[in-house]
Design a protein around this ligand. Sequence first.
Ligand code: CA
Length: 231
Amino acid sequence: MRKVLVVEDEASIRELIALNLQMAGWEVLEAENGERGLRRLKEEGPCDAAVLDVMLPGIDGFSLCESIRRDDQNIGIIILSAKGLEEDKIRGLSIGADDYMTKPFSVSELLARIEALCRRVNRGKNQPAAKETRLVSGKFVLDEASRILYKGETPIDLTQVEFQIMELFFRNQGTALVREKILEGVWGPGYFGDVKIVDVNIRRLRMKIEDEPSSPKHILTVWGYGYRWNA
Ligand code: CA
């Protein structure tokens, strides 16, 4: 059964999310704070997804997100941020969340996003193990079987989202990709997320693969349009 961790200190919201996820066929690990969330994840995990509120007693949702992401690159993480705090969203995404929602949110939209996230995450896991595919671009090699990017001999750890953006780049070398196409290529058609998610993931990718992230040589910005891969 698919498993999801829900960390939210407000019982009414947590229970509402949990109930809806259970009705949709999920096993839900509920936690009222980050410490308990981490403990449940360790004892009863791994989970396919996690829904983390930012404002929590004790460790906050950001630190929680960082801890979870450190141990698990595959889990899909959605941050629930307070209304209107744009910097919260960006911060959440830059430390390893895959998506965010602003409170108050619609539970059905949250469910749709968790489903989208896990379809995407599972796409990688379901690839036949025997079929080894290596995409090569300049000194970079993307190993689709192990889901690892190599820069020369150096392996670079990527989240699922980052990996899929790189796949998209490698399959469209030299082509400028509009941000909406990247969003659709990674999250699937009909995804109603924000194109800012693309920008944040690109920023994170540049930190990982560029020699100088502030003057990128590989992931180039195409102003007013999107991004282009250049090996
Ligand atoms: Ca809260």
